[in-house]
Every structure is written in structure tokens, then in C-alpha cells.
Design a protein around this ligand. Sequence first.
Ligand code: FAD
Length: 411
Amino acid sequence: MIAPAAGLPSRTVDVLIVGASLSAAACAKRLVDAGLQTLVIERKKLPRHKICSGILSPRGHRFLLENFGPLPREILHEPTSCRGVTFHFPKAPSIDIDFFGGPTPHLYRKNSDYWAIQRSGAAVEDETSFAGLERTAEHVDVRVTRRGRPETIRAKWVVGADGPTSLVVKSIYPDYQHAIPWFLVGQKFHDIVKCPLDQQYFHFWFHPGLGHYTWSHARDGRQIVGVGFDAGHNFDKAHANVVRYIGKRHGVELGPAQDSEACGENFGLSLINKYVFGRGRVLITGQAAGFLNMMAEGMSAALHSGAICGEAIAEAAFHGEPAQRVYRRFIESEVRRCSDQWNPLQIAFGRPHEADFWAALRRLGWTERLQVIGEVVMFVRLYAKFRWGRQILGQAVERLLKGRYDARRWW
Ligand SMILES: Cc1cc2nc3c(=O)[nH]c(=O)nc-3n(C[C@H](O)[C@H](O)[C@H](O)COP(=O)(O)OP(=O)(O)OC[C@H]3O[C@@H](n4cnc5c(N)ncnc54)[C@H](O)[C@@H]3O)c2cc1C
């Protein structure tokens, strides 16, 4: 794997971060604070669009406040906040689940990510794509394409913060993309004729007939309708099916679909504790590493794992221990937080989420409670084909007995 550098490096930095999103901003903040020369590259022109509902968890909100300061209005959508999640079922009554501590910000990712990366204090170069790397024991030579021109940058450490379809991951684990299942999600925007769905909540459907991930929420005067669909299946059809359904079931009347967008997701790695943390001087963080909380909430884990990654590199820089080893030790806390959200024992007996599902359930009568649980179970069966059940249970037992998840399962 270790090969000599191909092109002559045009410059040298301490740390090169690939991607200018939230995990990158958090990582960069720690590195800059530690006095390390940090360069962030982003393939798109900044500020860039990012497909995301933008519902920040309370923990993510706290991180932004503590690390980057008060949130300016321009980094928020309308409605500017979200009270929690409403779960809908085929037959059982819908339930509102409020976030602990009150509403949280509804982030406008284009502006929030740009704000955070600027606040990190790192040097940022946009329209610069990661193209490949060569590792040695002392450094990493990273090939980039900067505004159409190839260049090589030498870094002591490289951070892959380039999201679910990470090219950095692909460059160090060529088999990775064939080793995990890929999920597709897409969303479209609609003008609202009539929408009884409460605008203060993110709406999610536990309905096996609609898709593996079906959601809707208000944004800037329009309604988003999104759905997960399998590769090879038709997104337009799946989406139209959801629009029809919410019309009939909830009386939602929407104008024609506009601004269609879809993307691939590496969902599942946090459920089965199969995170990807990199090799040698190349560290992977954020969703590229597999962090995704319940309800596809990834921003808080991106921020925290990014910060931990930066701390691990700073520790390595000043104390000489290999960064990869430090990172794998430090990141255990975030792995616990994230995988706990999917761990059936933690869900039943702990409080891994920042919204109280059980309290919402207790507001229902016994028959309705059983109906909700039955319909959640029916929905979860959609995922049976991935054969994650045994792995999830095995990891839950490991967590119970040893207090942590098995680090030997990580890439
Ligand atoms: C439809 C949808 C809705 C979601 N809703 C929510 C939500 O409401 N709340 C929530 O918390 N999470 C949500 N998520 C998840 C959340 O968006 C991600 O988990 C989070 O953005 C991950 O952050 P990250 O920093 O790891 O990577 P990303 O945000 O994916 O950023 C990666 C960055 O790397 C750049 N990049 C990629 N490749 C290269 C390259 N080769 N060279 C240079 N740069 C590159 C990208 O352009 C991007 O800027 C949602 C995701 C989707 C798809």
C-alpha cells in the first residue's frame, strides 16, 4: 500500500482536510486552536448546496454555540426552529416527540456550513477536489484538482471529511464500496395548497408500503416530501406514491413537484458497529466514517467526531503517539453515543435519544401503545434483507457486558 509520491508536492501543510462541511469545520477548529497549519479543500464552489433537512439535535446545537458562537439568522431556514419529530403509522395514531430542552435550529446547510468553516480559522480552498493519495510513514501526498489543474499537496496528516460517498475512503479501502449496502434517498419541494402537518415538527412515516425512509417538513414556505428507494427503483414513482398517500391520510394538498434531488447514503454502519476510521496518517471522520444517528440525524455526530479527530491529531503532533491509534481510542465515546441510538437494549432501558419516545407512547392508551409497537416492528422488517439483526444483538450484548462496542470490527 505504501508507495512513493508520484507528483512533486507544490506545498506542505500539517493537516489537509477533504470536504468543507460540519465535520471538517469541527476538526479544523481543534487543529487551528492547537496551532497546526490546516488546509481544507472543497470540491464545490462555496457556499455550496447540501441536501439535508437541516434539523439539528440539541447536542449539535450546543456544539455550534460552544465552538462557533451564536447562530446568525442567515444560517437558518423558515421555520427557524423545530420542536421534534412526529411519527406516523399506517393505522396507529400519530405521536409528537419533542426534543429535550425545547426547539432546536432548522439549519440552512448552504450558509451554516460556510459559516462554521470560516469560524474554524482554517485556510479553505473551494473548487478543489481530492483525486487520490500516496502514503508514506512520514507524510501523505494528496493529488487534487484545483479549478481544473492537477496539483500535489504534502500533509503530515489527511482527514477524510468528505461525506457518505467518500473518495478518501475509496482510495484507502478499494473494496469498501462493494462491501456495504447503499441507500438512495430523494426529495422534492412543493408549493402548499393545504397542509395540516404541524410545521413545527419533522414528520416521519413508519409505513412499509411507502419506503424505507419517508419524511416531510416545511421549509421557506414550501413543503418537502422525501423518500428512500432501492437502487434500480423509480424515485418519481416512490415520491408520487407518498404525495398521494399523505393527501388521502392527512389531507395534505400540494402543488406540482419542483427541485428534485437525490443522493446515496452509507446508512447502516453505526447500527452494526462497522465504522471506517482510516489507515496510518489518513483519518476518516463524520458520515464518511459511518456516523449516522436515529432518523438519519448526522450533524451532531459529524461535529463531535470531527472535533475528536482534530484532538487526536493534535495529541499525535505534540506527544508523538500515532494519530490513528489515538483517534481509535478517543472516538470510542462517539461510537458509544451513536451506536447506542440503535441498540435495542439501550432503547428499552437507557435514554440514548434526545427526544422521549416512551413519554410520547405513555400518552396513548394500552391498545394504541401496542398498535404503535406492532407497526414499528412491521416497518423494521423492511430491513431484514440486510441481515443486521444478529450483528446488532451481538453488539448490544458486548456493550452490556464490556461497556463499549468491539473496536476490532472497525475498518
Ligand atoms: C436527505 C437528507 C436529510 C438529512 N437530514 C438531516 C437532518 O435533518 N439532521 C441531521 O442532523 N442530519 C441530516 N442528514 C445527515 C447529514 O446531512 C449528514 O450526516 C452530515 O451532513 C454529515 O456531515 P459530514 O461533515 O460528515 O459530511 P457532508 O455534510 O456530507 O460533507 C462532505 C463535504 O465533502 C465535500 N466533498 C465530497 N467529495 C469531495 C472531494 N472528492 N473533494 C473535495 N471535497 C469533497 C462535499 O462537497 C461536502 O461539502 C440528512 C441527510 C440527507 C441525505
